[in-house]
Design a protein around this ligand. Structure first.
Ligand code: NAG
Ligand code: CA
Length: 332
């Protein structure tokens, strides 16, 4: 009896944890369909309601393959509508895999830029862009002693060039190591932009919770730019599969001063310039932020535990009563 109930409680807790496992909506987040890319991608034919794609990108039922495992490919998907959300969080679900055990290239990039559908040399998209780029770089071009794959971010102002030979180090505003290639499980990245603060978190270790990649303040991005994801291969290759993009509008409290800030037309840039920071080898002692996801999960586990215990006590009591009754009946 106790074992059965305990087992049942465990199953209930396990199921609930699994439901919220992976990437749920952020607290107070509201999914914006027009900035999201989810299955089924195309209703009829090969068009998507909110997204364009080009070059080698192709739509399948289960993913959008930006490049396949062949040399010299590039592909991209771009949101048709500019984003006018002031505070947002976007979750990118992707998979990078190929024949090369350790050697692959070049990687993919998440964009929030003025430019869209403009192919070029930066992971399949144009250089001298305006806005945010988050590079998921699988090939180390530079000489620095860091591990790859690496995620790094850059804010372009229209005249800065991506530093290819240094893997973006020159204009990097932050980076982290992220081993996301050839995994059996799915990989995720979260990009949060609130009050000029850019927070990038990843889940590439099948943890079901976010791990901080970088957290940078003073990031100036205007509204009205476009979300996009592009990828490219070189002499080495990989399949770069995009599975979903989910963009959430966030409700954020502001002071009147913050409310009055001009955010719609600011020039893209960064307020506090710091020297480039190299990522450090991740030995599992990374800075695990207690995100709202794991917080709510913890709460659910506690509630489930209490509920389970409550059910156990009630069921146990009822069964006990029944037994007593039967015993009494047998007695008479
Ligand atoms: C962009 O930033 C670079 C480097 O900080 C600077 O030299 C350049 O003048 C800026 N360009 C624009 C258009 O603001
Ligand atoms: Ca590189």
């Amino acid at each position: 009896m106790m074992l059965d109930c305990g087992l049942r409680t465990l199953i209930v807790v396990f199921c609930l944890v699994n439901i919220i496992r992976g990437q749920t909506a952020p607290e107070g987040g509201f999914l914006k369909r027009e900035h999201s890319l989810v299955k089924p991608y195309s209703g009829n034919g090969m068009t998507m309601p909110f997204w364009d794609f080009r070059d080698n990108a192709m739509i399948t039922n289960n993913f959008i393959r930006l490049t396949s495992n062949h040399q010299g490919q590039l592909g991209s998907v771009w949101n048709k509508q500019p984003c006018f959300l002031r505070d947002w969080e976007t979750h990118v679900h992707f998979k990078v895999h190929g024949g090369g055990r350790t050697l692959a290239a070049d990687g993919m990039t998440f964009w929030y830029t003025r430019e869209r559908l403009t192919p070029g040399p930066v992971f399949g998209s144009t250089d001298e862009f305006r806005g945010l780029a988050i590079f998921l770089d699988t090939y180390k071009n530079g000489q620095q002693a860091v591990t790859f794959p690496q995620i790094s971010a850059m804010i372009g102002n229209g005249s800065m060039k991506y530093d290819h030979m240094g893997d973006g180090r020159l204009n990097s505003i932050g980076s982290c190591l992220a081993s996301f290639r050839n995994k059996d499980y799915d990989t995720f990245m979260s990009i949060r932009y609130v009050k000029q603060r850019l927070t990038i978190q990843i889940d590439v270790d099948n943890q079901g919770k976010w791990r901080e990649c970088m957290d940078v303040s003073g990031v100036m991005l205007p509204s009205g730019y476009f979300f996009g994801v592009s990828a490219a291969t070189g002499d080495l290759a990989d399949n770069h599969d995009l599975i979903s993009i989910k963009t959430y509008q966030l409700e954020i409290q502001r002071t009147p001063e913050e409310e009055a800030e001009d955010w719609a037309t600011v020039l893209p840039g960064i307020k506090f310039l710091k020297p480039p920071i190299d990522n450090v080898d991740d030995d599992g002692k990374g800075d695990y932020r207690n995100s709202s996801v794991s917080g709510s999960k913890m709460l659910l586990i506690i509630i489930c535990g209490l509920l389970g215990a409550g059910i156990c006590i009630v069921v146990g009591y009822v069964v006990f009563q029944k037994r007593q009754e039967q015993n009494r009946k047998r007695f008479y």
